[in-house]
Each structure stands twice: as C-alpha cells, then as structure tokens.
Design a protein around this ligand. Structure first.
Ligand code: SF4
Ligand code: SF4
Length: 269
C-alpha cells in the first residue's frame, strides 16, 4: 500500500486530515513529552484531524444555544477512526498506539516505574505533531490553524513502528497576527506584548501569552473535550476562537468556503 492509498483509506473511514512525521522530528522534546517514552519502537507519528462543523458554533455565536457546539465535536468518530486505523496497521504486523489529547497539567502526576523513565503522564504536544506532519501551524492564539478549517478541528495521534513516507513540516502562514483573538477576549487573558516562543522541528512557533486561569472561568463558550484530561479548556467556542474563525474566513485565508459569512447579519425571527 502506498502512503497515498493509506491516507485515502483513513479518510474514507472519516478523518478529514492525515499527516505523517518521522519520530526524529520530536528530538526537541524532553522524555516527558516524547513519543518514544510511550512506544519505544515508534518510527512514525500519524496525525489525524477531524473537522468541527462551522454551524456548530452558531448557537454560541448567537448567544442563544450554547449546546450546539457539543454535538459538533466529533469525539466518537475520532475514537472510532483512530481505533480502526490502529487495527488496520496491526493487521499488517505493525504496532499502533492511539493517543488522545491531554492537558500538559497531566504531567508529573504519578510515580516513576524505574529511574530511567519519566514520571507519568508523558504528554505529547499535539499541535507540534500536526505542524511536523504538515497539517498546519500554531497561530498566535495558541491553537492549531489548518489551511482547510483554521482552528476548527480536533486531533488524534497514532505512534507506530511502521516506517511511513513522511510529509514535509508545514511551511505556510495562516495566522496574520491580526490580534482579533486578543480584542475579542473580555478578560484580557491574551497578552500580545509578551509572545512565547518554542522550537519546532524546523524554526519556532510564537504565540501570545495566555493567562489560562482566566479561561478556566470564561463564560463566552469554552467547553471540555470528553476525552481531554487536565485543566485546559477547549477555546474554539469562546470569544477568542470564534473571532479567529470569522477573521480567517473574512480574509480568505481558508480553503473551505461557505455560501454565507460566519457572522451573518441577524435576520428578524
Ligand atoms: S477562553 Fe475566554 S478568557 Fe480565555 S482567551 Fe478566550 S475569550 Fe479570553
Ligand atoms: S485571531 Fe488573528 S492573531 Fe489570533 S490566531 Fe487567529 S489569525 Fe492569528
């Protein structure tokens, strides 16, 4: 099976985005965030993306039905497709370890099983993995932006000992430093004056400093992913995330197009 046939198979199962990074691209990470700490045989990190429908944000955007977002987060699909992809790889004799997003706050919560191993839990950085696998960039708002959906996706990872032809790391720009996410936040939780930078497998990613403690009590539309442990809220539905969706669409930065703008004028009901 070629890598393109593999990707087509995974997309036919329901994934919207599929990228592959060799494990060597994770060398910037310590054992506490390294895929090899979880599956020592890993050769390839497969990143799957699942689109969140734009319409799922409208109940939050209108302020009338915040529950619309919950039904649009494809957690069950992501779990099933990831499981089926793992099963397909293992049918071919490769090992495949599924990973679901966890907060960095889940690190260091257990006892080392031996002196040469990091404390559990090892948490792999998903947005970094998506960049390394060619799917998108980490925007100033501290979230993954893809050319197709902007910030509207969730990710899963698969660690495998199969050597799969990798994608190039993402090289484009999507975030244009517009500051709309900053302006939209009513709690001044995003500080553009203090960018935070971290190394990528090539270059670095810089995002505005985020006071996550404010996001924990944000009432503008944060939610929690069902399988997401730890304390970090999912901010797509919040004022900052929706402002980014509106900006990227209005400025024509995304390949996915719609007949009407995200922020349509309110019609009389
Ligand atoms: S989640 Fe709420 S508090 Fe946090 S940056 Fe977004 S709008 Fe601001
Ligand atoms: S709102 Fe603007 S600055 Fe913030 S992440 Fe989106 S594109 Fe970047």
């Amino acid at each position: 099976m070629t890598v393109e046939q593999f990707k087509d198979t995974v997309k036919a199962l329901g994934a919207d985005l599929v990228g592959v990074a060799p494990v060597e691209r994770f060398s910037v990470f310590s054992p506490e965030a390294h895929p090899l700490s979880i599956q020592p045989q890993t050769k390839s990190v497969i990143v799957l993306g699942f689109m969140i429908p734009r319409g799922a944000l409208q109940g939050v955007e209108s302020g009338t039905a915040g529950y619309t977002l919950g039904a649009g987060i494809p957690s069950s699909l992501a779990i099933e497709v990831t499981y089926r992809t793992c099963r397909g790889l293992e049918d071919e004799g490769w090992e495949a370890t599924p990973l679901f997003a966890q907060s960095g706050a889940m690190r260091g919560q257990g006892e080392r099983v031996s002196p040469d191993k990091p404390e559990p839990n090892v948490i792999v950085e998903f947005d970094f993995a998506a960049h390394a696998a060619g799917l998108g960039e980490i925007g100033r708002g501290k979230w993954l932006l893809t050319p197709e959906f902007g910030p509207r996706q969730i990710l899963t990872l698969i660690l495998t000992d199969a050597e799969i032809e990798p994608d190039e790391p993402f090289a484009g720009r999507i975030c244009d430093d517009c500051g709309a996410c900053v302006e939209a936040c009513p709690a001044n939780a995003i500080d553009p004056a203090k960018p935070h930078c971290a190394p990528l497998c090539e270059g670095e990613a810089c995002w505005y400093s985020l006071h996550i403690e404010n996001c924990l009590v944000c009432k503008t539309g944060t939610t929690r992913l069902p399988y997401y442990g730890g304390s970090e809220p999912f901010r797509l539905g919040a004022a900052c995330g929706r402002a980014c969706v509106a900006h990227l669409e209005d400025s024509g930065m995304l390949t996915r197009r719609f007949a009407s703008p995200f922020r349509a004028k309110q019609e009389e009901v």
